[in-house]
Design a protein around this ligand. Structure first.
Ligand SMILES: Nc1nc2c(c(=O)[nH]1)N[C@H]1C(S)=C(S)[C@@H](COP(=O)(O)OP(=O)(O)OC[C@H]3O[C@@H](n4cnc5c(=O)[nH]c(N)nc54)[C@H](O)[C@@H]3O)O[C@H]1N2
Ligand SMILES: Nc1nc2c(c(=O)[nH]1)N[C@H]1C(S)=C(S)[C@@H](COP(=O)(O)OP(=O)(O)OC[C@H]3O[C@@H](n4cnc5c(=O)[nH]c(N)nc54)[C@H](O)[C@@H]3O)O[C@H]1N2
Ligand code: SF4
Ligand SMILES: [Mo]
Length: 721
């Protein structure tokens, strides 16, 4: 029988919908701190250094941390407010159980026993794979590693996946295909040395704010900036060249730029011959994309394509950056490859000032995609389907290889299996699918069909309202461990305080569940350092090799870049030095990618393109940032960005409410009329839930390789209310 989300009025009043509940006057007053803890911001993949002020076992404020080289004390609006979560009135303080009259607090014994009894019941009745696990990339490397092991050995399910499936997987798949490794090719210190910077599908100033500083340093040296986005984002306003691509047009655009670069002879033939394979096929393919053809496919003037080629082509040094704007597509992997083709043809990679990178999104978006939390992957970015890789990890885990399940399904596919009744039980940690997956009405139905659902979170997320058992877990500052930043730098999160009330450290909870499942022997860890030391061995010999990294070494060097295969190895800030790529033959791969239409092109019924993304003051599904009053004040509710021409055509005036509809749902939101968006495109930020959720509208279409959803375009229509 379908279970509705619980809406116990008292608990919802306390835990959600979100309140603007920054304490007035607050706990931050009241004398000097008794401890300062050097650590990192809990939010995005930049992982800025920050110093937390602690008093009486509570985080009461922060200081800039100038010794951390990445941000040298700088923080964005979220970073300066992140400390307000620790003693937030909405914190989950005790385990909760669903009853007919709402959620009621229970003790840990009952909560864990119930969860384990349900895991056993469901697996006995429907088979092991009918119980799935979802996890997230805000978790440390240690947690990501032990969750990969936990799902395979304790739950013995193949169905584990993570929220990076909505984030980093297109970039990962593209990078693996082309370079044989999935990491930004350079540390950010190469950005200021570039003569031209091309940013495509990344709202750098709002989503990777500290990267702006690196780009400005290049510009101070006279570097040119090209920005490609359907919206003139804040950084794009300062660009030398802005190209207003039609959502979904990127591969055509990049092929067009490469077409001109080749025609003008700006390629590095020597590099191509010495260090790559497959150039001829790409050359032939891009010959079909002269500027007029490419421009027509991606909705931009052909001259802009020529101008981009003229800026990029002859430069001595360059850096290409992209993010979800090109990756959140059914052709996300192809889009990534179209960028890499341009970089390889120019031969400007693996040298000082010459680089390429995807801007990783989540706090541990890089590390969590290496340690085995993906449905097809084992630690060290090993392949779950590779017999050698399985054998190695089985030895580290001290089990027979046959005990490691085979590859399972990806996050959105798992949701479909819940919807179809194939998956009956779920354990979720650090993922808020109800807000973040496309087509929320479908996700809601899927969650309501589960026979059992346990979630570990520190706030009552929208997804948690569907749970049977809610286990209060830990905030980032309540545990220690490592994360790997967007640059590939492995850094240390330090514990500042203990979890409040009856909340517990996440991995302790998982170890207890494993023990109750009779698998405690595999999870007999006394500290995060013990987990990390096992992870080091598990990653040894893999592409993301952490073997030579220790807690002490991270501390002494303010982070170490992987790969770091030996204890005396200094780490690798810049990959591909000397043109050495990670494929067995050492060569990079050119891969031809044709442009193809998006899943749902606009038509007469739904004539506009909807794209979705972020604003600077909110983070992801908003569970954390919608609870921080001073962030809420900066951008209180989602606004629908539309161009004045479109507004005039539709008879819409400034500040009025509009209805946005797609084939999956509708939302009514306030309009923001801006000249910074294409007239055929509508933008909604996605950090809000329930009736304000952009994902009521988005489409469940997936990239065939990466299985990322097409968050960045679907057909919509807009009308006045
Ligand atoms: N403030 C803030 N910062 C964050 C986050 C957050 O939630 N809030 N989240 C973090 C995470 S997990 C991530 S993944 C990153 C995301 O960082 P970004 O990828 O930079 O952010 P988005 O807003 O999702 O999308 C980027 C841009 O893509 C553009 N775009 C849309 N469709 C297309 C298209 O078809 N082609 C091109 N070229 N561009 C397109 C949008 O207009 C937008 O400006 O940010 C990280 N940082
Ligand atoms: N329409 C649209 N949808 C999108 C996107 C888009 O651009 N457009 N972007 C996508 C992207 S790039 C991403 S990354 C996803 C994000 O997808 P989500 O998984 O929804 O991201 P979060 O908001 O981080 O949700 C994580 C949940 O885990 C909790 N949590 C955070 N840290 C911890 C921890 O350390 N321990 C525990 N126990 N819990 C924790 C938080 O409170 C929150 O409830 O959304 C995707 N969805
Ligand atoms: S840029 Fe990212 S890591 Fe730095 S303060 Fe802002 S949210 Fe935190
Ligand atoms: Mo993300």
């Amino acid at each position: 029988m379908a279970k509705p989300p619980l809406t116990n009025p008292e608990l919802i009043a306390q835990f959600g919908p979100h309140t603007n509940s920054t304490p007035s006057g607050g706990w931050q007053n009241g004398g000097p701190p008794d401890k300062l803890v050097n650590t990192h911001c809990c939010f995005c993949g930049q992982q800025c250094g920050i110093t937390l002020k602690v008093r009486n076992n509570r985080v009461v404020g922060f200081e800039p941390r100038e010794d951390f080289p990445f941000n040298e004390g700088k923080l964005c609006p979220k970073g300066v407010k992140r400390y307000l979560q620790n003693e937030h009135p909405d914190r989950l303080m005790a385990p909760l159980k669903r009853t007919d009259s709402g959620f009621v607090p229970i003790n840990w014994e009952e909560a864990l026993d119930t969860t384990v009894a349900e895991i056993k019941r469901i697996q006995a009745q429907y088979g092991r794979d009918s119980f799935a696990m979802l996890t997230g990339a805000s978790l440390t490397n240690e947690k990501a590693y032990m969750i990969g092991k936990f799902a395979r050995l304790a739950l013995q399910t193949r169905n584990l996946d993570y929220n990076g499936r909505l984030c980093m997987v297109s970039a990962a798949a593209g990078n693996k295909k082309a370079f044989g490794v999935d990491r930004a090719a350079n540390s950010w210190s190469d950005i200021p040395l570039a003569d031209v910077i091309l940013v495509i599908g990344a709202n750098v100033a709002e989503c990777a704010p500290i990267t702006t500083d690196y780009i400005w340093r290049a510009r101070d040296r006279g570097a040119k900036l090209i920005m490609i986005d359907p919206r003139v984002t804040p950084l794009a306003r300062t660009a030398d060249l802005f190209i207003p691509v039609r959502p979904g047009g990127d591969a055509a655009l990049m092929n067009g730029i490469l077409n001109v670069v080749i025609a003008r002879g700006w390629i590095d033939q020597q590099f191509i011959e010495a260090h790559t394979v497959g150039y001829e096929a790409v050359r032939e393919m891009v010959a079909k994309y002269p500027p007029e053809v490419a421009g027509a496919l991606c909705g931009v003037e052909p001259e802009l394509i020529v101008k981009a080629a003229e800026m990029w082509g002859p430069a001595k040094t360059s850096f290409l950056l992209h993010a979800r704007g090109i990756e959140h597509h059914i052709h996300g992997v192809d889009n990534v490859l179209s960028c890499i083709n341009l970089v390889l043809a120019s031969g400007r990679i693996g040298r000082e000032g010459c680089g390429y990178g995807t801007i990783t999104g989540q706090g541990n978006g890089q590390g969590a995609r290496e340690q085995g939390g993906k449905c097809d992957q084992l630690p060290g970015t090993r392949d779950l389907g590779n017999p050698e890789h399985r054998k190695y990890i089985a030895e580290v885990w001290k089990v027979a290889e046959s005990e490691i399940p085979t590859a399972g399904s990806s996050a959105e596919e798992l949701m479909q299996m819940m919807h179809d009744g194939e998956i009956k039980g779920l354990l979720n940690i650090c993922f808020n699918p109800l807000v973040s997956l496309p087509d929320s009405n479908y996700t809601r139905q899927a969650l309501s069909r589960l026979e059992h659902f346990t979630i570990i979170d520190f706030f009552m997320s929208e997804t948690a309202r569907h749970a049977d058992i809610i286990l209060p877990g830990s905030l980032q500052e309540e545990d220690e461990g490592t994360v790997t930043s967007a640059e590939g730098r492995v850094i240390k999160i330090n514990r500042a305080v203990d979890p409040p009330g009856k909340a517990r450290v996440d991995w302790h909870i998982l170890c207890d569940i494993a023990r109750r499942l009779g698998k405690g022997a595999y999870f007999d860890y006394g500290s995060t350092e013990e987990i990390f030391n096992e992870l080091r061995v598990a990653s040894k010999g893999g592409t993301s090799d952490y073997y030579g990294i220790t807690y002490q070494k991270i501390e002494d060097n303010n982070g170490i870049f992987w790969p770091c295969p030996e204890l005396d190895h200094p780490g690798t800030p810049r990959l591909f030095e000397g043109g050495k790529f990670f494929h067995p033959d050492g060569r990079a791969r050119f891969i031809p990618v044709e442009w193809a239409p998006q899943a749902e092109p606009p038509d007469d019924e739904y004539p506009l393109v909807l794209t979705t993304g972020r604003v600077v003051s909110q983070f992801l599904s908003g569970t954390q940032t919608r609870r921080i009053g001073s962030l809420v004040d900066q951008y209180p509710e989602p606004l629908v960005e539309i161009h004045p021409t479109l507004a005039a055509n539709l008879g819409i005036e400034k500040g009025t409410k509009v209805k946005v509809e797609t084939r999956r749902g509708e939302v009514t939101l306030t309009v923001s009329i801006v000249t910074t968006i294409r007239p055929d495109t509508v933008f909604i930020p996605y950090h809000w839930a329930d009736e304000k959720s952009a994902n009521l509208l988005t489409i469940r279409a997936l990239d065939p390789t990466s299985k990322i959803p097409e968050f960045k375009c679907c057909a919509c229509r807009v009308s006045r209310c």
